[in-house]
Ligand binder design. Structure first.
Ligand code: CU
Length: 137
């Protein structure tokens, strides 16, 4: 999987007036179709969101957790959101609360399969409703 093909589109659906919406549903659509044919045991991938400062530690802890845990240490509070690990032709959906996200904090999404996080990663920008900031690629 090429990380450049890992397009992430976010859609914010606001409930009520923006000024009072402290928690909004956030739906992420990853349009990478896992076009490869390799099964999950050979070349699986997932999507994990954490603070950028925690990426290496979360990925390293996930290695020990193994495939059965989608390479994520069970109960790891540093993981903000994640999918299960999927193989070629499979897909996954993630929905999570933005309550833990803070404006101005650096977040990254990455694949926690062993050795993948060093290249399969991207920046995740959280802009609170009404922010004048615009996410840059
Ligand atoms: Cu991967």
């Amino acid at each position: 999987m090429n990380i450049r093909g890992y397009e992430v589109t976010t859609a914010l659906l606001f409930l009520g007036h923006v000024a009072v919406a402290e928690v909004c549903p956030l739906i992420i659509y990853a349009t990478d179709d896992m076009r490869g044919k390799l099964p999950v045991k050979i070349m699986g991938h997932n999507w994990v969101l954490a603070k950028t400062t925690n990426v290496a530690a979360v990925a390293n802890a996930g290695m020990g957790a193994g495939l059965a845990n989608s390479f994520q240490q069970p109960g790891d509070k540093r993981i903000i959101a994640s999918t299960k690990i999927v193989g070629g032709g499979e897909n996954a959906v993630v929905q999570f609360s933005t309550a833990r996200l803070e404006r101005g904090v650096s977040y990254s999404y990455f694949c926690s399969a062993p050795g993948h996080f060093s290249i399969m990663k991207g920046r995740f920008v959280f802009n609170a409703a009404g922010s004048s900031s615009v996410a840059q690629r």
